[in-house]
Design a protein around this ligand. Structure first.
Ligand code: SF4
Length: 162
């Protein structure tokens, strides 16, 4: 099989996950829903960051920020690493739209999805056309060639372009 993507690592780049960056950029955006195309456990990173942020806010005697937007995971499993995870993502997007009636959906990709090579763009386009709800995604996948701020800035830029 031909190699389509080569990823390079730099010692100077921080080693963090781009998915919480996507989450934090839109976590308080009215009408948004975020989907992590990832195993369920990856969502704990965003949750832990949010809890830490709440404690930091409290320790500085500032007002707590509740009411973040829904965060879902496509719940990739071991067999999806072999057969692909797009069916799970599609199911998750449909569930998100039918349940939360969002104005906009954001997909953050995990390193697992990146390794599998799921065509997330195509799934997003297909579901967007069917439901007429904007669905944005990012090219970065977890920590593969990217870090927290890559996710943060890429989704922000894509929102501005839309
Ligand atoms: S680095 Fe990869 S495995 Fe870890 S939380 Fe991010 S996407 Fe999940």
């Amino acid at each position: 099989m031909a190699i389509k993507t080569r990823r390079f690592y730099s010692a100077r780049k921080s080693c963090s996950c781009s998915m919480p960056g996507v989450w934090r950029a839109v976590a308080y955006m009215d009408g948004a829903v975020v989907v992590f195309h990832s195993p369920r456990a990856c969502a704990h990173v965003a949750r832990t960051m949010d809890i830490n942020s709440q404690y930091r806010t409290l320790s500085e005697n500032e007002r707590e920020q509740w009411g973040s937007v829904p965060l879902l995971s496509s719940q990739l499993q071991e067999k999806d690493a072999i057969f692909g995870g797009v069916a799970r993502l599609e199911k998750c997007l449909r569930f998100a739209i039918e349940t939360y009636k969002p104005k906009c959906l954001m997909i953050a990709n995990s390193c697992v999805a990146g390794v599998i090579g799921d065509d997330v763009e195509s799934v997003a386009r297909e579901v967007e056309e069917e439901y007429n709800v904007p669905i944005l995604t990012v090219e970065c996948c977890g920590f593969l060639g990217a870090e927290y701020y890559d996710g943060y800035f890429e989704i922000t830029q894509k929102l501005l372009e839309r």
